[in-house]
Design a protein. Structure first.
Length: 67
């Protein structure tokens, strides 16, 4: 009976670790997605600025803060 209890405890511990890893992976995938969105946004914008654009600056700041 003692071996059974030990095995059950180990299984529970491993399930907890697996759940934590899945949560971490989801967070990493979300960060990667946001980085790709920022890359796409930067690629779609003009690279040459002829004048200051408050709207563009605000949009950029909001996207950077989310990362």
């Amino acid at each position: 009976m003692k071996l059974y209890t030990k095995t059950v405890n180990e299984i529970d511990e491993l399930k907890g670790k697996k759940q934590q890893l899945l949560i971490e992976k989801a967070g990493q995938e979300d960060a990667k997605r946001r980085i790709r969105e920022m890359e796409d946004f930067l690629k779609s914008e003009r690279h040459e600025l002829s004048e200051y654009d408050e709207k563009l600056v605000r949009k950029s700041i909001i996207k950077v803060k989310r990362l």
